[in-house]
Design a protein around this ligand. Sequence first.
Ligand SMILES: [Zn+2]
Length: 172
Amino acid sequence: MGLLDFLLSLLSGGNKIQCPSCGTQGARKESDGRVLCKNPSCPYFDASLGRSGTLRQAGTRLVTEGNYRPTHPVTIRYQNFQGQDRTFTAEQDSLARKQNHLVAQVAPTGQKIALSRDRIQNLAEVESAFRQRVAPDQSWPTPRERQVLNYHKKNGSTSPLFEKIRGKYPDW
Ligand SMILES: [Zn+2]
């Protein structure tokens, strides 16, 4: 731990932990068990952690407002670390799995958030929304493959690389 981090941790009180939702280092656990995370895309985000200077934004409204509307909405019912129920409307095309998390682009901000699969109340429903696009036991396309697939689908265009990847993922 650097000296500055050490001094900040003394000032902020609480225990520095890795965020249980998104995995960001430097989240804080309060004495009452609440988790405050400095990742603005995280359900535990707390603007007060911005006092380290690097993450402060122009008010927290950025996090809760926006006009992003998913084209293929998937409803995710989520219970956060504090036992609060949240409902997210996510874009189906954005869903991706990272270890035991689902990453999803959500309304209304259009930001990508990481949700612990263990806390998703309708996990089977949510996962079936994207599992249809890959064969059983087939691994998810890599970010690069998804980029190529999504780019050509969006533009109605094609390329030899696209055809090759499309061969692997005909239902994408
Ligand atoms: Zn977090």
